[in-house]
Ligand binder design. Sequence first.
Ligand SMILES: *[C@@H]1O[C@H](CO)[C@@H](O)[C@H](O)[C@H]1NC(C)=O
Length: 391
Amino acid sequence: MAKPIMTSDLLIFAFLLIIFFTSSSSAIPVTFNVADLGARPDGTTDSTQAFLGAWARACSSTLAATIYVPLGRFLLRNVVFDGKGCKNNNIVVCIDGTLVAPTNYNVIGKVKHWLSFEHVDGVSVLGGVLDGQGTGLWTCKRAGNKGCPNGATSLGFSNSNNVVINGVTSLNSQLYHIDIDSCNNVKIQGVKVTASGDSPNTDGIHVQSDGVTILNSIIATGDDCISIGPGTTNLWIENVVCGPGHGKELQEPGVENVTVISPSFRGTENGLRIKSWGRSSNGFARNIVFQHALMIDVENPIVIDQNYCPGNDNCPSQASGVQISDVTYQDIHGTSASEVAVKFDCSSKHPCSGITVEDVKLTYKNQQAESSCRNALGSVSGLVQPALSCL
Ligand SMILES: *[C@@H]1O[C@H](CO)[C@@H](O)[C@H](O)[C@H]1NC(C)=O
């Protein structure tokens, strides 16, 4: 009795296998391994052409395509992955290895982005390490040498839609690590950014786009953790750890609908900062929510600074024209490294309005911290320490 049952079971098994293979074969993406196209994992051979070759092949395929980068170190010059004329809207760049910038910072130091995706639709970058080799350029800049190039941002997406960056590690960028400029629908997840705390202008992620989500990422750098540029709308940031560095900041006018949930800051200069230059402008920053934040030894945990004028250059005692409204701070806890933990320094021309502060407890050296406000209107609820009687 046992034998026929077993045979029929096996037959069913074999049949399922056939179904599995036939049904999934059409979904298996075509794969272009850069190593098959001449890339060398030795860290010294220029592999730029092989990557461009893989990109051209992926783009001319109408099937989902994977560009695969195996283990090893692949040297790349500045490269543009151009989506103009690309037929494919499902390209995955799957990286097991490390992409390495040239040691000589002058090779890529004058371009905007080292690895640049432009006009692409439906591109995902998964895994891998991007090593920007920026330390030489930082040394040049710190020495005050006028001949230093500005530096390249390591990974840039511009004028692109439906982008995913998942599990990517960015090390020692020359300038910013990741730049999302004029894009729509971008999801950044599980990213790790590392550069030393004294590296100049190495912002973690710069966003100037619509519909960007940044989740579960760790950013330790020399400048802003996440900086938000003009025209940014519908940005969602959740569970991002910052520090060291300058903190998170909304930099410039024209920013709307920003939600920051569960960020933590450790030893950063700023926590949640909104700044605008003390000069005329018709910009705005509105509908901003900061929720469930943890601060550990943060110099300025909560700041609105509308009199930002480094070096008093180009903006001597001018009132900012930027209108800041509807900003909510909810459940913000931890320690301040300076006496003033909450500072709202708004424009005399356009006072901040609709500032809502709820359940805030920030201490300084185990004592109550202080707050200060100028030209700020809003309301306080729940337990708020330091007290904000000035709102
Ligand atoms: C901001 O969010 C509101 C409410 O969800 C929405 O109506 C509005 O269109 C958003 N603004 C922009 C510029 O997308």
